[in-house]
Design a protein around this ligand. Structure first.
Ligand code: NAI
Ligand code: MG
Length: 358
């Protein structure tokens, strides 16, 4: 048979982004090499990020979006470095891609790995196994507002940052969460808002949630305020399966979730354009980690887990499952990077995953 060749764009970005993307690529290439010619990956790498900004004044090439458009998927590291203000680097690259390619669903699984001791010491890989579904196109990250330095003179500056909630935007992400819940052992969707304080946008979200829930009588539901949910993540993790929330709330909750699982370095994510009109983008949840960058200390598991999500998206679910198994084999054997209390370098952890694959 003719092999499927997937065209993948790699954007390592800044800091540990380069280290973990290299690790994930190596693992994916090992899988392809072992596929008996069934599939292959054709990579093109883009050197966009804060260095590119220093050279050109832009985070990505002017025609960057056009160049990315034709790829089957985008594999992303992290963006951000102390040389460029964070809101400039994030908006100039990652958010620009997410928004232009209508990647409106951000899927962030959180689960325990065998051999990793998280702060919830008595919980294990059966207790903590959720997916955080993050609305990824509007909400608090709609970029609406402005600063007015002049209006009230020195010391009186005013800034407005508005959140945008549309019925269409709420409904599609909530339906996505329900459809995802139907594929899981525990069929439950927890919706997170702060509708007691945010009385317009989040009340709209709650109304849409109730309406959509009626179409899924086989799925358990609950609505929880975000502060209460933060406590629940810690106190009753076994109660959760799919957690759906707005852009900002889900961003915060998924970092909390990955920390509970052991480290931010473990967390994987998919920025999906479910209609497949544009390429989707796969990236670890963590940032560029300037404090450990360039020393071989970065945990590659979040990036490798994101590669598994990409395999699923490309129609290779068996390979995705094999990769998850290889990650489990690695952590169960006690091969853990520094952030998990071990001594394995990025390279050694990556090698262990590749060895477990073959
Ligand atoms: P961060 O995620 O880079 O680091 C937070 C902490 O987690 C640090 O102590 C770091 O050493 C540790 N950590 C992160 N990834 C790790 C890994 N793979 N292995 C081991 N330890 C790891 O978040 P921070 O420090 O708030 O932001 C640094 C830069 O990254 C900023 O410029 C920020 O804007 C950017 N950022 C980018 C994101 C993205 O591209 N998706 C997401 C979050 C932050
Ligand atoms: Mg985050």
């Amino acid at each position: 048979p003719v092999p499927s060749v997937f065209r993948l764009a790699a954007i390592p970005g800044d800091g540990v982004g380069a280290e973990v993307v290299a690790a994930g690529r190596e693992v994916l290439d090992a899988l392809a090499a072992g596929s008996g010619g069934r599939f292959a990956f054709d990579w093109e790498e883009f050197d966009w990020g804060c260095d590119h900004h220093a050279r050109t004044g832009r985070m990505m090439a002017e025609d960057g979006l056009e160049r990315l458009r034709g790829f089957d998927a985008i594999y992303f590291g992290a963006v951000g470095w102390p040389t460029v203000p964070d809101h400039v680097s994030l908006w100039g690259l990652r958010l620009r891609i997410c928004q232009s390619f209508d990647q409106w669903a951000n899927v962030r699984p959180v689960h325990f790995l065998p051999g990793v001791r998280g702060p919830l010491r008595n919980a294990d890989e059966h207790d903590l196994d959720w997916v955080v579904v993050r609305e990824n196109s509007e909400g608090e990250y709609a970029g609406l507002g402005g600063r007015n330095l002049a209006a009230r003179g020195r010391g009186g500056e005013v800034a407005v940052q508005s959140a945008l909630f549309t019925e269409v935007g709420c409904e599609r992400i909530i339906r996505f969460a329900f459809d995802l819940a139907r594929t899981r052992t525990r069929r439950k969707v927890s919706s997170v808002t702060k509708s007691n304080a945010l009385q317009y946008g989040m009340v709209l979200w709650d109304d849409v949630f109730r309406r959509v829930a009626a179409d899924y009588p086989d799925v358990e539901t609950e609505s929880v305020l975000v502060d209460a949910m933060a406590a629940r993540f810690v106190l009753r993790p076994q109660d959760l399966s799919v957690v759906v929330a707005s852009n900002l709330n889900a961003d915060i909750l998924s970092d909390l979730g990955s920390a509970l699982a052991g480290s931010l370095g473990l967390a994987a994510s998919a920025n999906l354009n479910p209609e497949r009109r544009f390429p989707s983008m796969f990236e670890p949840v963590h940032g560029s980690a300037p404090d450990i960058a360039g020393r071989g200390l970065a945990n590659p598991i979040g990036a490798i887990g994101s590669a598994a999500l990409m395999l699923d998206h490309l129609g290779l679910p068996e390979e995705a499952a094999r990769l998850h198994q290889a990650i489990h084999t690695t952590t169960r054997a006690g091969i853990l990077p520094h952030d998990l209390g071990g001594t394995a370098t990025t390279r050694a952890t990556t090698q262990a995953v590749i060895t477990a694959l073959t």
